[in-house]
Design a protein around this ligand. Structure first.
Ligand code: HEM
Ligand SMILES: *[C@@H]1O[C@H](CO)[C@@H](O)[C@H](O)[C@H]1NC(C)=O
Ligand SMILES: *[C@@H]1O[C@H](CO)[C@@H](O)[C@H](O)[C@H]1NC(C)=O
Ligand SMILES: *[C@@H]1O[C@H](CO)[C@@H](O)[C@H](O)[C@H]1NC(C)=O
Ligand SMILES: *[C@@H]1O[C@H](CO)[C@@H](O)[C@H](O)[C@H]1NC(C)=O
Ligand SMILES: *[C@@H]1O[C@H](CO)[C@@H](O)[C@H](O)[C@H]1NC(C)=O
Length: 322
């Protein structure tokens, strides 16, 4: 590690201890120090294997943590099987992925330290590692979440932001879980990796959305030409689909955002001075983006965690303990 990296790491730790911990829950970075000392190494190894097998998995794991935290807090409720659960809510069905990888991580963790590590914490660590292993920077992930007993489908349908919503509506959904407009912009930078299906952006293709770059428009119109193409996917970041960099923001400056909810941060009437200037700053300062992204990820990971004797430590991430 170079000197600048360790310095930045100290900054993040300081930000975290001075601004964050006192205001929030009992989550700590050394929660499993005695009960599962190798936890972070085990998860890192499994995430590394999964990304090696399929690069896109980094994106899918990052998104799982986000979709978990916005619904009943970060309690692994998205992992529960059942057609009446979150997996089958509109934002997740045929879309959320990575569940088998989470099972694999959980099984390795259980072999080393049975019955102590929550599925919710595994999601938080896997998201952090996915960003790092894709070329992003790391942050001190806080732990101690417990797993929820319910999966809330109606909650997922209402709490998760949709790709055609207005910036005002998206901002309101973030505010509902204690996240502000800086968090909206920095966390949207998660869209520097991964892919989206035609049906999530086809609203922009006909009639052609004038805030989209013309050559990108015609490529996407070809890709998504027929209604049977709804499940085809396009990369969020056409320059470097698998790299966690700040191209997402550079793309917004050149009208190459994929979803409506991406491009509106910069181009729409709804874009505010704040969102535009954050997009501009992140586009030419990767370290600033990463510092804000890390801060926002820690905030997101602290949404209503179950602690103490609330919830449980699930044995199998897909079902509540019997
Ligand atoms: C700001 C509001 C957001 C909206 C409207 C939104 C919407 C979407 C949509 C529609 C997709 C494609 C899903 C599909 O094709 O089935 C997607 C994918 C993705 N989202 Fe978001 N998202 C938002 C915020 C976030 C945040 C906060 C993160 C994480 C920090 C995130 C991370 C991702 C990733 C990594 C993917 C790609 C997943 C993959 O390739 O498997 N998104 N998002
Ligand atoms: C489901 O989620 C909604 C919105 O997030 C929340 O208001 C509601 O209390 C939740 N219901 C349950 C049973 O947890
Ligand atoms: C924004 O939220 C309001 C109030 O919930 C709703 O009526 C409206 O349809 C939403 N707009 C979009 C574009 O989703
Ligand atoms: C959002 O919250 C962070 C602290 O987490 C703060 O640094 C930032 O200034 C806030 N953004 C706005 C626009 O208030
Ligand atoms: C879309 O598909 C139709 C046939 O279904 C074809 O005639 C048309 O040329 C296609 N358009 C593009 C842009 O590929
Ligand atoms: C996309 O895939 C799902 C799951 O296989 C299927 O139910 C749906 O009909 C497909 N959508 C389109 C437009 O082909």
């Amino acid at each position: 590690m170079k000197k600048s990296n360790s310095f930045c790491c100290h900054c993040l730790i300081m930000v975290f201890f001075t601004c964050f911990l006192p205001a929030s829950s009992q989550l700590t970075s050394d929660f499993y120090k005695t009960t599962c000392p190798n936890l972070l190494r085990i998860v890192r190894g499994e995430v590394q294997k999964a990304i090696k097998a399929e690069t896109r998995m980094a994106a899918s794991l990052l998104r799982l943590h986000f979709h978990d935290c916005f619904v009943n807090g970060c309690d692994a409720s998205i992992l529960l099987d059942g057609s009446d659960g979150e997996k089958f809510a509109f934002p997740n069905v045929n879309s959320a992925r990575g569940f088998e990888v989470v099972d694999q991580i959980k099984s390795s963790v259980e072999s080393a330290c049975s019955g102590v590590v929550s599925c919710a914490d595994i999601l938080a660590i896997a998201a952090r590692d996915s960003v790092l292993l894709s070329g992003g920077k790391t942050w001190p992930v806080v732990l101690g979440r417990r797993d929820g007993l319910v999966s809330n489908q109606t909650g997922a349908n209402s709490a998760l932001p949709g790709p055609t919503e207005t910036l005002g509506n998206i901002t309101a959904k973030f505010a509902n879980v204690g996240l502000n407009i800086t968090d909206v912009v920095s966390l949207s930078g998660g869209h520097t990796i991964g892919q989206a299906r035609c049906i999530t952006f086809s609203n922009r293709l006909s009639p052609a959305d004038s805030t989209m770059d013309a050559s990108m428009m015609s490529e996407l119109q070809t890709l998504c030409n027929s209604s049977s193409d709804g499940n085809k996917t396009a990369p969020f970041d056409r320059n470097s689909v698998d790299a966690f960099d700040n191209h997402y923001f550079q793309n917004l400056l050149s009208a190459k955002g994929l979803l409506s909810s991406d491009q509106i941060l910069f181009s729409s009437d709804g874009a505010t001075t704040t969102t535009k200037s954050l997009v501009q700053s992140y586009s030419n300062n990767f370290d600033l983006f990463m510092a804000d992204f890390a801060n926002s990820m820690i905030k997101m990971g602290n949404i209503s965690p179950l602690t103490g004797s609330s919830g449980e430590i699930r044995k199998n991430c897909r079902v509540v303990n019997s």
